[in-house]
Design a binder for this molecule. Structure first.
Ligand SMILES: *[C@@H]1O[C@H](CO)[C@@H](O)[C@H](O)[C@H]1NC(C)=O
Ligand SMILES: *[C@@H]1O[C@H](CO)[C@@H](O)[C@H](O)[C@H]1NC(C)=O
Ligand SMILES: *[C@@H]1O[C@H](CO)[C@@H](O)[C@H](O)[C@H]1NC(C)=O
Ligand SMILES: *[C@@H]1O[C@H](CO)[C@@H](O)[C@H](O)[C@H]1NC(C)=O
Ligand SMILES: *[C@@H]1O[C@H](CO)[C@@H](O)[C@H](O)[C@H]1NC(C)=O
Length: 272
């Protein structure tokens, strides 16, 4: 009983000594690129343990070392000082170290100024303060966090048409029944490289698009900024039912044809 009580005291002393006074938060934790601002907040978690805060720094890693992006300090004019002047041009920061209760540092990059992927690095916060009994300076830093993102595809090219056996794409969109051709579409697939481009078709007598049963041939995903791109090719034999058939290629879809965030169409008809 006594022993357990002693252990509990020792444990809580240990916890106090290592208590974290600063935290870092990304809001939201996963940024939807193009839709969310990128916001990072450094704030004090246990203000009662501190008498004063002298500075808070926000750092991010370039190559191997962390470098200060912006800081707020007691005794500098203005209190907020930018170190990363490139980021200063497209971001904003607010903060104060007036008291441990209110001290914080907030960086905001508005959605259309976020650079992807280069802004999605590791970030951490540092602080210097003095303990509440006034006798010890407290230097602390958070663990680094990685700000993650998702990007939805928006760009996909018009499907290209190539008659089987020919060497070049054809601008023609009317062919005899029995013609076999390939349709090829190239475009963004989003930030996850396992994503693909899919195909749907709608014949003249059909109410809506349905997925084509053909298995597309996909190129490797290649990175392009925040996203990956691919091309996708299907082979189609024109039948007598294809008097006027609309084809679509899309990515970023929810599963139903025509729900893609990137989508393009081609109309093929039969002649004769
Ligand atoms: C940041 O640091 C991590 C871990 O140290 C490293 O894997 C990553 O490549 C660094 N990021 C950049 C952009 O240098
Ligand atoms: C002051 O507080 C810190 C923890 O906040 C503690 O480690 C230190 O021993 C205290 N010093 C005195 C003189 O009480
Ligand atoms: C387009 O189709 C017409 C006949 O329908 C043909 O004469 C012409 O060569 C075709 N052009 C191409 C580029 O395939
Ligand atoms: C198209 O027709 C050819 C023979 O006419 C057949 O070998 C091929 O499998 C067909 N392709 C598709 C996608 O139906
Ligand atoms: C395909 O046909 C539809 C009419 O059903 C038309 O609105 C659309 O512009 C056509 N698209 C192309 C790419 O020709």
């Amino acid at each position: 009983m006594t022993f357990a009580f002693l252990c509990a005291i020792l444990l809580s002393v240990g916890l106090l000594a290592s208590a974290q006074n600063i935290q870092i938060q990304a809001l939201p934790p996963t940024v939807s690129y193009g839709e969310n601002d990128l916001v990072i907040v450094c704030s004090i978690t246990n203000p009662s343990q501190l008498n004063a805060v002298f500075f808070i720094q926000l750092q991010r890693n370039s190559s191997t070392t962390f470098e200060t992006v912006v800081s707020v300090a007691d005794g500098t004019t203005p209190p907020l000082q930018w170190k990363d002047t490139q980021l200063q041009g497209r971001a904003s920061a607010t903060g104060n170290v007036d008291s441990p209760n209110t001290a914080q540092l907030r960086l905001t990059i508005v959605k259309d100024r976020v650079m992807c992927p280069s802004d999605f690095k590791m970030y951490m916060c540092r602080m210097l303060g003095i303990s509440s009994n006034g006798s010890e300076t407290v230097t602390q830093e958070t663990s680094p966090i990685i700000i993650s993102y998702i990007a939805l595809p928006t760009v996909i090219e018009l499907p290209r048409v190539k008659i089987i056996g020919e060497n070049f794409d054809t601008p023609n969109r009317t062919f005899p029944v029995g013609t076999a051709f390939t349709l090829t579409c190239q475009g963004e697939i989003g930030s996850d490289q396992i994503n693909t481009i899919r195909w749907c078709a709608q014949r003249a007598n059909e109410m809506m698009f349905t997925g084509l049963p053909q298995t597309p041939i996909h190129s490797e995903a290649s990175p392009s900024g925040c996203q990956y791109t691919r091309s996708s090719t299907i082979t189609y034999n024109l039948t007598s039912q294809d008097t006027f058939t609309k084809f679509l290629c899309e990515s970023g879809d929810t599963g139903l044809c025509g729900t893609g965030t990137a989508i393009q169409y081609v109309n093929i008809s039969t002649s004769g």
